[in-house]
Design a binder for this molecule. Sequence first.
Ligand code: PLP
Ligand code: ZN
Length: 427
Amino acid sequence: MTTSSQALLRCYDCGCTYDHGDRTRCSCGEPLWFDLDVSGFEWPAETNQETGRDPATAGSWRYDAVLPVSAPDTTTLPPGSTPLVRAGALDSFADCGLYLKPEGQNPTGSFKDRGTAVGVAHALDTGADWIGTVSHGNMALSTSAYAAAAGLECAVFVPADIPSERLDLLARHDPHVFRVEGDYGRLYEETLALNTDGDAGVTFVNSDTPLRVAGQKTIAYELLEQFRLGSSNVPSSPNMPSSSAVPDAIVLPVSSGGQASGVWKALRELTRSGALADDDIPRLYFVQAAPCDPIATAFREGREEVTPIDADETIAVSIANSDPPSGTRALTAARDTDGAVVSVSDEATREAMDRLATDAGLAVEPSSAVALAGVRKLSDRGEIAADESVVTILTGSGYKESVETEPRCRDIDLADLEHELASVVES
Ligand SMILES: *Cc1c(COP(=O)(O)O)cnc(C)c1O
Ligand SMILES: [Zn+2]
């Protein structure tokens, strides 16, 4: 078994390698990722249902051949195995053949569980008692829950202005929460420095660290395997847009750039192993909320690097990072795959969120709906063609927080039950 403490870390940008498993940054300043030998990778022969019964290969552990750690014995919350849904009802809205990957179905309601599981496995491997993260939402919840399941202590650093409902959600798993007054970007980097330079005794698994990115790449392995097998949970039908075994594009929201990096890493590994042909590499499109879009801004301006911006408030709170630590890596990923980084207005996000809920039955948070709004924008601009198939990653569940909308209900008297119902049914 390879463990993360033995595996090599590499800089995507300058190629420098390091062998300290807890290091997260290259000396050039860019983020590192694991450099594993994936040359022997083949798509698993058994179906997910067959392998999924074994905790060692359940969920995203199915791809443990390409992960720096194996499933711990205490795996009680395997992440992944979310369905790939063919969403024909939204094709005309998206103006392409739309597939959805609802990551809200992970144990704590977001894709963050994929990366957390790998971070927790590494902490157990190295005998650490503590795991930590810097987050104001999904990652804090995910890390707290997985630490609880693994019997680890958990330190969560949250910004001082965190809404109290989110603290309540976290409190269920009883982590040690530190509410921090001060710059969030610096807090993020200073906790990572503790991993390598300090002896705080806490493994920090922040959003773009090598362990987390390794876990997050499983989403791309999984969706490409599902697409290949046509294993959408909606039966394939004549309106299947494409007979290709690979989607033309993958669209996802981007904040720190960790998830975007993971998806790109997966595509690079799959082409290196021969499991994906060079001609078949899906274009990667990343979407931001217009009020806070440093990566889209750099893309639009043709810049080589992402720099911090002065951001405004957005309803897409989970992706409001004005100083993204893996922003430049995400920018590079979009360019490398002939994709793009775009931003969408909060109004477009609300509309996409509404369509997902009313036409596809999927409640997602605004930070996920930006991806569908992005698909629509890219179709409008002619960057996505009507006959192309596009997988949109819906990163998180919409059932955690309410988004204030007009109440949609009728107030009736019990005495008028039948009459009131009939008036709706007949209309
Ligand atoms: C964390 C998160 C994102 C952004 O992921 P990054 O890896 O930080 O780019 C998007 N959507 C949701 C729901 C998230 O929780
Ligand atoms: Zn470097």
